[in-house]
Design a protein around this ligand. Structure first.
Ligand code: G1P
Length: 293
């Protein structure tokens, strides 16, 4: 069985939900405090044992390349200024993984973005990490690693899911299962992209983590535009599931929707409350706000 060595992170989207911030800045570079969301996703891949990360970008996203490139001159400057910890920090960003880039020139949907990376992935199973879903499993395995472990056991594609509230099913790819979840897993029967609540087969939503066998590329090549006129990864997975078992996995971890402004604020507060350098001040501020309410 082939090992999982590569992760794809699609990052070519326009980020219109965060305008005007994203007019000149890649939305993936918006930071939760001082770390761009994309860097958390890259770290999840690295912590999961991934060796190569393929970022799918557009020509408007050169700031992403700059962020992950080595800048020895700047490192040297920081060392000379007596800030070796910052020098180390920016060096780590550039050296923590092998990062390569694939361009998506047209915005034709997530399925199309993934298909752009066909040559770069090759004939291997791979992980997809969506930038809008920031998933933290404190003191446990990162979600991508949880899924890699399932693949290593079964050789099957794995879709990372969690239950969502009824009013949110129309935002996600929703799963229909063969049987019930057992040991957090089930076999996928059907998958529907952003259904209305009355048409949703369940409340189990795909939350931005996929581990796919390379067979997905053939399905993507045959996938016609679906919901919203876009080539949907969901539709290709549905076709793949007719040919081979695809496992639906109810992952362990707290997921933040950082593609949404409220989700972004939630993540910022939670992350600040976990940091020793900020926790007390932020908590004192929140208490003060509550007392003056
Ligand atoms: C995409 C997928 C959807 C999935 C979601 C997870 O939608 O198309 O199936 O549930 O990501 O975040 P998007 O949020 O890009 O519209």
């Amino acid at each position: 069985m082939k090992q999982i060595k590569k992760a794809l992170i699609p990052a070519a989207g326009l980020g219109t939900r965060f305008l005007p911030a994203t007019k000149a800045l890649a939305k993936e570079m918006l930071p939760i405090i001082d770390i761009p969301t994309l860097q958390y996703q890259v770290k999840e891949a690295v912590d999961s044992g991934i060796e190569e990360i393929i970022l799918i970008i557009s020509e408007a996203k050169e700031d992403i390349k700059k962020h992950f490139a080595r800048n020895e001159e700047y490192e040297q400057y920081l060392i000379e200024k007596g800030k070796p910890e910052y020098a180390e920090c920016i060096k780590n960003i550039a050296t923590m993984a092998k990062i390569s880039y694939v361009y998506q020139y047209e915005q034709k949907g997530l399925g199309h973005a993934v298909l752009c990376a066909k040559e770069a992935v090759g004939d291997e199973p791979f992980v997809i990490i969506l930038g809008d879903d920031l998933i933290i499993n404190e003191n446990g395995l990162p979600v991508s690693k949880q899924m890699i472990d399932i693949y290593n056991e079964t050789g099957c594609s794995v879709i990372g899911c969690q239950q969502v509230a009824p009013e949110n099913v129309n935002k996600y790819g929703i799963m229909a299962l063969k049987g019930e979840l057992n040991n957090r897993r089930a076999i996928l029967k059907d998958m529907v992209e952003k259904p209305d609540l009355d048409k949703a087969p369940s409340r189990l939503a795909c939350l931005g983590r996929y581990l796919l066998t390379p067979g997905i590329f053939k399905e993507l090549e045959n996938t016609k535009p679906g919901k919203g006129g876009e080539i949907q990864l969901t539709d290709a997975i549905k076709s793949l599931a007719l040919k081979e078992d695809v496992i639906v996995y109810d992952f362990i971890g707290r997921r933040y929707d950082v593609g949404d402004k409220y989700g972004f604020v939630e993540a910022t507060i939670d992350f600040a409350l976990k940091r020793d350098d900020m926790k007390d001040k932020v908590l004192a501020h929140i208490k003060e706000l509550l007392e003056n309410k």
